[in-house]
Design a protein around this ligand. Structure first.
Ligand SMILES: [Fe+2]
Ligand SMILES: [Fe+2]
Length: 217
């Protein structure tokens, strides 16, 4: 089954592509560099964590296969953002502030909870992240509409994300039929992520301003 979710609403993502375009226009050079490095980091780190998670799955073959694919896709997206950053004349720099609280978490701790719970947590968190990602890439597609190099990578990334959202969404839909509370958890995950990212953006913007003033002095 290769389910694709081809449209994400602003309500689902708690974000609109216009918000993304507006934010980009307000950012200066260092801010844009930080923004793209943040996306690069999120993809790269996601790929690494998903590889750990997939390897820990013994019974749920469908989840194992899809998470494996997703791990590969996310690491590839991280690399594509390295290419985009270089193409645009920005610097790739290490990201130490982790927007999603994933960096400080030891992925092997996942083994402490049973497989079903592990996969459920993964699906709830990841669906919220992927919904936003799809709107962010829609915004980036608009920002770089005249740049075929960037567009080519973004289109491939967006196609992959439709698959990630498709398989996770259809699994959660099926689960919600017998456990209606699942839909409430999905909404709560989206709210929590939107809140965490709003706080993170402030921090990144401040750090970018600091980098700009220390490199110009
Ligand atoms: Fe991705
Ligand atoms: Fe993804």
């Amino acid at each position: 089954m290769d389910t694709l979710k081809t449209h994400v609403t602003d309500e689902e993502a708690r974000l609109s592509a216009d918000d993304v375009v507006r934010r980009w226009q307000q950012l200066d050079g260092p801010g844009r560099e930080a923004f793209l490095n943040g996306v690069r980091f999120t993809e790269m780190r996601g790929g690494a964590l998903l590889a750990y998670l997939a390897e820990s799955v013994a019974f749920d073959k469908d989840a194992r296969k899809n998470i494996m694919r997703q791990a590969r896709d996310e690491a590839k997206h991280g690399y594509y953002f390295s290419q985009i950053i270089e193409h645009l004349g920005f610097e790739e720099h290490p990201v130490v502030d982790d927007p999603l609280g994933l960096g400080s978490r030891n992925p092997n701790e996942l083994r402490d909870v049973d497989e079903e719970t592990r996969i459920l947590f993964f699906m709830l968190n990841t669906e919220a992240i992927e919904l936003r990602a799809s709107v962010i890439f829609d915004g980036l597609n608009r920002i770089f509409a005249d740049d075929p190099f960037v567009g080519r990578y973004l289109n491939e990334i967006r196609y992959d994300e439709m698959f990630h959202l498709g398989w996770i969404g259809s699994r959660l839909d099926v689960l919600a039929e017998t456990r209606p509370e699942v839909d409430g958890w999905r909404e709560a995950s989206r709210d929590a992520l939107a809140g965490a990212l709003a706080a993170y953006e402030k921090q990144v913007d401040a750090a970018a301003r600091e980098r700009a003033s220390s490199s110009s002095s």
